[in-house]
Design a protein around this ligand. Structure first.
Ligand code: AMP
Ligand code: MG
Length: 346
């Protein structure tokens, strides 16, 4: 299959490419589209053939449900049978934006989308290109991250091409993603509501709106024998080719430890403050400043993927701060590292 890449720099100027993306989706095919979190592989939620194509293109396990993407709050009613008041409050505050809310599904949403659950995950993206494409199609789209299953999510069209060239007919290039991390997922079918996946909206911000929100650190673990609360959590995720070691602790200590325990051909992701410790190393990538979690989040998947272009045998990563969006970054790093974490005592 030939994969076309079409650019959308400005919605007005490039609207013909929005129309083309919508045409392909309405014809039952799939299109990689930019969102503010990561790129998504979008297809119509009501087209079973399109949904099957998404699973095939990604190599995604069938029991991992998809998130429905909408372009107005009213669209929730098309696919959900209940929209509790507390969930509405969250939606009003965080939509459009990187928050996914789990609600009771209507029967028009198939088992293929929800992996047989009686709930559906819903998100209203803020990215103008995603928004315009959903509007132009006229119905909700399902859009898991546009990467091969198990690999880091894609945050640029270039990385979509790497994973999906020849596997999808169209990629819409809308530039780099703003957040670079997937949405935060909240289950609004339980009382109190529960955070199922850490993500681009920090827990601290959600607690301001829903003080009784439950967030269990254990939910984010991925041990082989644990029963995952959200489907999809049991799978290996976000992994580049070379094994990843995450080093946690005070940043000057983790930098020192990595400098002393790596060799010069290993891949290093370090905070810019510590770059001077790695002048002898050949593959050093800049995680941004230790004090800038947003820049760490934004770079994480891009940097992990850059090592796939090299033949580094090991990757070492300095762990960011364990607060706000740093918690979500650490969650992704833990999965990328498959539990390979070194703790430096403070
Ligand atoms: P992604 O592949 O990055 O789009 O992530 C989709 C994730 O959303 C899945 O792996 C699940 O963890 C979660 N998810 C989707 N639908 C549901 C649902 N109905 N209930 C619980 N979690 C869900
Ligand atoms: Mg994904």
């Amino acid at each position: 299959m030939e994969t076309r890449v079409l650019k959308v720099d400005s919605i007005e100027k490039d609207y013909n490419n929005i129309i083309e993306a919508a045409r392909v989706i309405k014809a039952g095919d799939v299109v990689a589209i930019p969102t503010e979190t990561v790129y998504g592989l979008a297809g119509s939620i009501f087209n079973e053939e399109a949904i099957k194509k998404i699973f095939i293109a990604k190599g995604r396990p069938q029991d991992n449900p998809l998130i429905a993407h909408i372009s107005s709050i009213e669209q929730v009613d098309e696919i959900c049978s209940e929209f509790p008041e507390k969930a509405k409050e969250l939606a009003k505050k965080f939509w459009p934006g990187p928050l996914t809310i789990i609600l009771k599904r209507k029967s028009c949403v198939s088992d293929t989308v929800t992996a047989g659950l009686d709930t559906v995950a819903v998100r209203f993206p803020s990215h103008p290109v995603a928004n315009a494409i959903i509007k132009e199609v006229g119905e909700p789209l399902v859009a898991p991250s546009a990467n091969l299953s198990g690999k880091p999510s894609t945050t640029s069209a270039k990385h979509c091409v790497k994973d999906l060239n020849g596997r999808v007919p169209l990629i819409i290039d809308g530039g780099d993603c703003e957040f670079g991390l997937e949405s935060t997922i909240i289950d609004a079918t339980s009382d109190p509501m529960v955070i199922l996946r850490l993500g681009a909206i920090p827990v601290e911000e959600l607690l301001e709106v829903v003080p009784d929100l439950v967030y269990e650190e254990e939910l984010t673990k991925t041990g082989e024998n644990e029963i995952p609360k959200a489907p999809g959590m049991k799978y290996r995720h976000y992994a580049p080719n070379a094994p990843v070691t995450v080093v946690t602790g005070e940043p000057y200590k983790t930098a020192e430890w990595i400098a002393n325990n790596s060799n010069k051909d290993d891949g290093i992701i370090c905070f810019e403050e510590y770059a001077s410790l790695f002048t002898e190393h050949n593959f050093v990538l800049n995680f941004g400043s230790y004090s800038n979690l947003q820049s760490n989040a934004n770079r994480l998947f891009r940097l992990l993927r850059e090592f796939d272009e090299t033949d580094v045998k090991k990757i070492f990563v300095q762990c960011p701060m364990n607060k706000k969006i740093g918690k979500a970054i650490i969650n992704r790093l833990q999965k990328a590292a498959g539990g390979n974490i070194i703790e430096i005592d403070n």
